[in-house]
Design a protein around this ligand. Structure first.
Ligand code: PMV
Length: 307
């Protein structure tokens, strides 16, 4: 086993299209400058030692990543440190999966291609929630701002903003479960497929408008797309009063649009604003944590692929 063996991967925000992306519609997602670092050591394993609360699925992740890279899982211990708050829709489980995978590959003396990282990262993310689209590990593996469509292989294209647009990301102190939100929507879709397929088509139209707005550098049109997407997420039943209140406060503080990001049912909110610092300050006054990021900024994490 090669030492030292490190791996790193980043979090993300879904700008537009979460949930509908599970049903084959496109999503737009961007890397954020929050990351997970993993360090692999020989020891009695498989074992994951985390700076966050221990998760029983950690050992399963370490074992699966070890097997995928040709290591003996019983001899692997991985220590992780994460800046990504878990359970807020910021891609913490995908970043954890990709960071552990990269550390395992480094220990095995292997270099994974972006396509291998993406495919294997998605398999590992399944340990945390059942039917992921793969958008989170795609951004964790590749970085940047991407249009993503699930598939074998997925369609991943870099989107270049026409101007520097600033995004406020805000999250409270209550984690929630993406798996539960995805499962709840699946049950509703099974009971009324035609209705939900139409809603997913409406989301796809918003995503197309939002991508065009981003490429033009049009903050007003991108903000309008955020608001339309939020209304559809509410109709899909994956929003919550907590995120709706935060989105409303962001708009009152001057945001051009705001929505939940990721699995929903709580979690993080994103807002597009000309004066992003003012919106972030207004939200911080409501006891939430915030991060201001330029959409598509070169968030260099590790192993970035230029598309
Ligand atoms: O909550 P997160 O960061 O895992 O994002 C989930 C995004 C969904 O579209 C709801 C699920 C998926 O697998 O794409």
């Amino acid at each position: 086993m090669r030492q030292p063996a490190h791996g790193r991967a980043g979090g993300k925000v879904i700008l537009l299209g979460e949930h509908a992306v599970v049903y084959g519609r496109p999503a737009l997602a961007a890397a954020v400058p929050l990351a997970v670092d993993a360090r692999l050591e020989p020891g009695a394993g498989p074992r994951l030692v985390s700076d966050h609360a221990d998760d029983p699925r950690g050992a399963e992740l370490v074992a699966a990543a070890a097997r995928a890279t040709g290591l003996d899982p019983t001899r692997v211990v991985v220590h992780v440190r994460s800046d990504i708050p878990p359970g807020r829709g910021l891609g913490s489980s995908a970043a954890l999966s990709v960071a552990v995978l990269r550390a395992s590959a480094a220990a095995a003396g292997r270099t994974l291609s972006p396509a291998e990282t993406l495919a294997c990262g998605r398999d590992l993310e399944r340990i945390f929630h059942g039917t992921p689209s793969g958008v989170d590990p795609a951004v964790a593996a590749l970085g940047g701002c991407v249009r993503f469509v699930r598939g074998e292989p997925p369609e991943v294209a870099l989107v270049r903003p026409g101007a520097r647009l600033r995004l406020v990301v805000a999250w409270g102190d209550r984690p929630r479960s993406t798996g539960a939100a995805v499962g709840g929507l699946r049950a509703r879709w099974e009971a009324a497929r035609a209705r939900y397929e139409r809603l997913f088509d409406d989301v796809a139209a918003v995503v197309a408008d939002g991508i065009a707005a981003l490429e033009r550098g049009d903050a007003a049109a991108l903000g309008a797309a955020f608001d339309r997407n939020q209304a559809l997420l509410e109709t899909l039943g994956v929003s919550s009063p907590e995120v709706e209140t935060l989105a409303r406060h962001a708009r009152v503080a001057g945001a051009r649009g705001a929505k939940l990001t990721g699995g929903g049912a709580g979690g993080a909110v994103i807002a597009i604003a000309d004066d992003a610092d003012a919106v972030a300050a207004a939200l911080q006054a409501r006891a939430v944590d915030t991060l201001v990021v330029g959409i598509g900024d070169d968030v260099r994490i590790d192993g970035r692929m230029e598309a």
